[in-house]
Design a protein around this ligand. Structure first.
Ligand code: GUN
Length: 294
């Protein structure tokens, strides 16, 4: 079987067009969704992510501001910046780009963001609501994975979903989203990680296999069931001297051989990547609406 490619670029464009219309309607009522992004340091990957968040915001008509702080900024300075964003009604959403330098506690910073403006969905209050199945902003990458599945006709309900990777940003929240008794979810979810003795034992049983462990091309064809839906969350920079920039981007899936066996597959780049920013825009618009109703 040669897999159908699920284009994140196409699904993202569809959702962003919907959001652009909603932002225009909100503006007519005097509501302008606004996103405040905090970037600490000069990590090239983080700069690239933050740039696409700013560009995406502007394209749908939202206000966006990135606050750039030096690598050695003290933690309390970061907290002061968040405090200002929490209080300023211009911002309906706040995001602190991760990772942060080692001297800054991710837990302290995330917990300091007002849960009402937490458009990453990482605040402990929002993660608690997510587990309990209460309304909350969904973490963007897992929400993007869910949208890719649903909008490509692969509703996870009743399916055996195997997630490789247990990160706080992807694996854990994705498991929490897909296990809920809710539309676009209701799956039987297994989370596989480095503690598993035989990872392939689990992956071979997946109707839907999600690779999110951050290891280039680690999911090989022998680990995948014929006809499975494969979603690749990995974005790895692999050294490649034949490229001008000195690296190539590789997912966590060994793409060509796996695409021969799968029924659907997401590419890297152009799969999950564009969905993350899109769901961030979605959360910011939703947050603006909720805050305007208070
Ligand atoms: N770094 C990598 N992914 C993410 C994300 O979804 N949100 C934030 N804030 N930082 C990230």
């Amino acid at each position: 079987m040669a897999a159908k490619v699920i284009s994140g670029n196409e699904v993202a464009a569809e959702i962003r067009a919907e959001l652009k219309t909603r932002v225009a309607e909100l503006k007519e009522k005097g509501i302008v969704p606004g996103l405040g992004v905090v970037l600490v340091g000069e990590d090239p990957a983080s700069i690239s992510y933050v740039t696409s968040k700013a560009k995406g915001s502007k394209e749908i008509g939202m206000f966006e501001e990135t606050i750039r702080l030096p690598e050695d900024v003290p933690e309390d300075e970061v907290l002061k910046v968040i405090d200002n964003l929490n209080k300023d009604p211009k911002y309906s959403g706040i995001l602190v780009q991760l990772p942060l330098p080692d001297h800054i506690s991710v837990e302290n910073v995330i917990s300091y963001i007002s849960p009402e403006k937490d458009v990453d969905g990482f605040h402990p209050v929002n993660l608690g609501k997510l587990l309990r199945g209460e309304p909350c902003p969904l973490p963007c990458t897992p929400h993007g994975v869910q949208q890719l599945l649903v909008r490509s006709g692969n509703d996870p309900s009743g399916k055996n979903v195997v997630i490789c990777g247990r990160s706080n940003i992807v694996g854990k929240p994705l498991a929490a989203i897909l296990m809920q008794k809710a539309e676009g979810a209701n799956a039987v979810v297994t989370v596989v990680h480095t503690g598993a003795i035989d990872i392939a034992y689990y992956t071979k049983q997946a109707d839907i296999l999600v690779a999110a462990m951050g290891r280039p091309e680690a999911i090989t064809a022998d680990m995948v069931r014929e006809g499975a839906v494969v979603v690749d969350v990995g974005v790895n920079r692999v050294p490649d001297s034949s490229r001008k920039r000195g690296y190539r981007l590789a997912g966590d899936v060994d793409y060509e051989p796996v695409a021969e066996k799968a029924s659907f597959i997401t590419p890297v780049p152009g799969g999950v990547g564009p969905m993350t920013v899109t769901m961030l825009l979605h959360n910011t618009v939703e947050s603006a609406i909720r805050l305007s109703e208070k």
